[in-house]
Design a protein around this ligand. Structure first.
Ligand code: 13P
Length: 249
């Protein structure tokens, strides 16, 4: 059975004070549901977030990590460092990492392998740009992104993978994909996993949608068969909005 998940990607927002405040508000609003709730604060606040959420069901994720254990990689953070502060989930392949930090499929493949070797859960992001969709190339772009970074994995690795479809044109723009566009792509992705693995794996993998999800549109998007939750940016920075999205699932 695939999990229902709502994850908040805080991106480069919230200093220590704001992190503490937002987490305290989330804890107050926390409910026992069957939805896995994850937040991804910035690196410097991961330890504090882990401590605050120690007795909570809300999990903490990192927004990125390096593929090496340690060494001369100025400014980078390793999987073992993340685990040492209680973080066992990592977002990889976000379009902002691909776009602004030149992360390509080959690099992401190495990060995926490292995270799996360290027994971490991965939220693997991908999605097309508007220019791809405008020429009907979106399925091919998404297929390549997934294939190049994930289709070398063994069957048993898939229990640690969460997929997140985030069309770049919908991120932070207020222009969300329609529920039908999301469902069409999610069903394509599930089928791709089935063709390359098997139907147990494809039915069990959670596929999240990300891109301008708000309390007002979450229910409709989450109502689609192959949408198992969301990866939320802007709306995750406000406890009321984020929990309203969680409760819409
Ligand atoms: P927005 O919800 O702000 O569009 O961001 C989505 C996103 O990039 C989450 O990773």
């Amino acid at each position: 059975m695939r999990k229902k998940i709502v994850a908040g990607n805080w991106k480069m927002n919230n200093d220590l004070g704001a992190t503490n405040t937002l987490i305290s508000e989330l804890i107050k609003k926390e409910k026992t549901t069957n939805v896995e709730v994850i937040i991804a604060p910035t690196f410097v606040n991961l330890l504090e977030a882990s401590k605050q959420l120690k007795d909570s069901s809300i999990k903490v994720a990192a927004q990125n990590m390096h593929f090496a254990n340690h060494g001369a990689y100025t400014g980078e953070i390793s999987a073992t460092m993340l685990k040492s502060v209680g973080v066992n989930t990592v977002i990889l392949g976000h379009s902002e990492r691909r776009e602004f930090f030149s992360e390509d499929d080959n690099l992401l493949k190495q990060k995926v392998d490292k995270a799996l070797n360290e027994d971490m859960q991965i939220i693997f992001c991908f999605g097309e740009k508007w220019e791809d969709r405008s020429i009907e190339n979106h399925f091919m772009v998404v297929e390549n992104q997934i294939k190049n970074a994930l289709f070398h994995l063994k069957n048993e690795n898939w229990k640690s993978i969460v997929l997140a479809y985030e069309p770049v044109w919908a991120i932070g723009t207020g222009q969300t994909a329609s529920p039908e566009q999301a469902q069409e792509m999610h069903s394509f992705i599930r089928n791709l996993v089935k063709e390359n693995y098997n139907s147990t794996i494809s039915e069990d993998v959670s596929i999240l949608y990300g891109g301008s999800v708000k309390p007002e549109n979450a229910k409709e998007i989450f109502g689609k068969n192959d949408v198992d939750g969301g990866l939320i940016g802007g709306a995750a920075l406000n406890a009321d909005n984020f929990m309203a999205i969680v409760n819409a699932l």
